[in-house]
Design a protein around this ligand. Sequence first.
Ligand code: NAD
Ligand code: LMR
Length: 344
Amino acid sequence: MAKDPVRVLVTGAAGQIGYALVPMIARGVMLGPDQPVILHMLDIPPAAEALNGVKMELVDAAFPLLKGVVATTDVVEACTNVNIAVMVGGFPRKEGMERKDVMSKNVSIYKSQASALEKHAAANCKVLVVANPANTNALILKEFAPSIPEKNITCLTRLDHNRALGQISERVGVQVSEVKNVIIWGNHSSTQYPDVSHATVISEGAEKAVKSLVSDDEWLKGEFIKIVQQRGAAIIKARKLSSALSAASSACDHIRDWVLGTPEGTWVSMGVYSDGSYNVPAGLIYSFPVTCRNGEWTIVQATYMIKSRVSLPGLEIDEFSRKKMDATAEELTEEKALAYSCLS
Ligand code: NAD
Ligand code: LMR
């Protein structure tokens, strides 16, 4: 029997990520090849004509899974009954700008859209914030939509995770599909900590630690981290526009794994509400390694540890990692304060 359609909201749908993302969703890349979808696309009035053009192209592409398109500049209409909300709308970072510079422009948007989602989205709607500063926008959305369970509000660090997989694959000389369990800790910003301490590669038929294959520890602790941290800026420099196809693809990966589950033995990175695991301050949206089952994410080991009171350790964290995890947490704490000052 055919499944009922899932309603997926994309805000900022007339923008460049939106333009890459909506055809992926309509093709089943996000929710699977047997899941019909109805797309809700929101943008602001100056972009209404362009948004209508995207709608025309979706009709012209004749996607078999696409059962309807709502293209609107009305936030209530856009949010009504949506099951998944991908929040891309906002002001993007331009060359030379730090994420903090776009803060004031974006947090007020997330405050007002929080209320619309809270009032009009389907119960149990899953929210993914892509627009920067992604972690802090997600936190503002969470705080101004108190009836949406905190487990349902996440931000995108899967792009950073995928970037780390890509770098390791190139360095070791294996397919990217053979690399797994990198971790992005913290903020989707240049303080994020891409960590390969637990990452593995399938090489010559066996699973091996990345650290055993990349003997150059200096590269792993230096250039590798920097490349991943600065990749967004490098794309902006090269394209004069921020990343779009990789952001759209990673957003699909994030939702797909959240809804359909992560493969056995594999974790992914998601920005989620911190419960204090790994001594990360509670009350931040921080990127952790998570596994997903039955539509729910769980921070690797640490949540189990807290709930069961069993003294199972989380992943081992050495001193080098600890410092980097704390530095990115500090930045998020500062961003949180700055966001509130922009709103007052
Ligand atoms: P873009 O400027 O091409 O598109 C943004 C769209 O949002 C525009 O069409 C704009 O009209 C719309 N918009 C502005 N205010 C809005 C509002 N209040 N409601 C609805 N729509 C609104 O930008 P883009 O390149 O598509 O990037 C979108 C965001 O994603 C930026 O903030 C960018 O920095 C961020 N980003 C995040 C990641 C990540 O990994 N988390 C990666 C790439 C880009
Ligand atoms: C990215 O990581 O590509 C985006 O967040 C764009 C940026 O501002 O770095």
